[in-house]
Write a protein that binds this ligand. Structure first.
Ligand SMILES: [Fe+2]
Length: 160
């Protein structure tokens, strides 16, 4: 991996591992933003306006994480691989269902995607901590805590 010269006090070998992990999360997070948008645009039914607005909020909040992840990569001397084409090729998330429309189905589909992304972020807290980078571990802690909240906001619609 080609790294940029940097005076940061983290060893190159560790930064390479961190950057690989962060670029996977970048691909996943970009995918997830547009899964939330897909839900925002296509949801229908009696809870339309609440879900339409909630799904847009989910996309907006995830977009902040996309930027945080990409800029952590560049802070570590890496190249942020953040085009839509790279995301489509590299994302580890399952594709969002194309044919659904009712609110319950979108709540189920988006909560599945959020839970998968959140699980991976939580795993990365420990992985990056073990690599000696508490700042990236903190980034993943922030991501997983916020994704847990978004998962609750979405999932609550199908919990009663
Ligand atoms: Fe919109």
């Amino acid at each position: 991996m080609e790294l940029h010269e940097t005076k940061i006090d983290l060893a190159e070998g560790k930064r390479e591992k961190l950057i690989t992990l962060l670029n996977q999360s970048l691909a996943d997070s970009i995918d997830l933003v547009y899964q939330a948008k897909q839900a925002h645009w296509n949801v229908k039914g009696p809870n339309f306006i609440a879900l339409h607005e909630l799904f847009d909020r989910v996309a907006t909040e995830l977009d902040v994480h996309v930027d945080d992840i990409a800029e952590r990569i560049t802070s570590l001397g890496g190249v942020a691989m953040g085009t839509v084409r790279i995301s489509a090729e590299k994302s580890s998330l399952a594709e969002y269902p194309h044919e659904i429309s009712d609110g319950t189905a979108h709540v189920d589909a988006l909560s599945t995607a959020l839970a998968d992304f959140g699980k991976k972020a939580r795993t990365n807290i420990d992985t990056t901590d073990e690599l000696g980078d508490k700042d990236t571990a903190d980034l993943y802690t922030n991501v997983s805590r916020n994704v847990d909240k978004l998962l609750w906001f979405v999932e609550a619609h199908n919990q009663a």
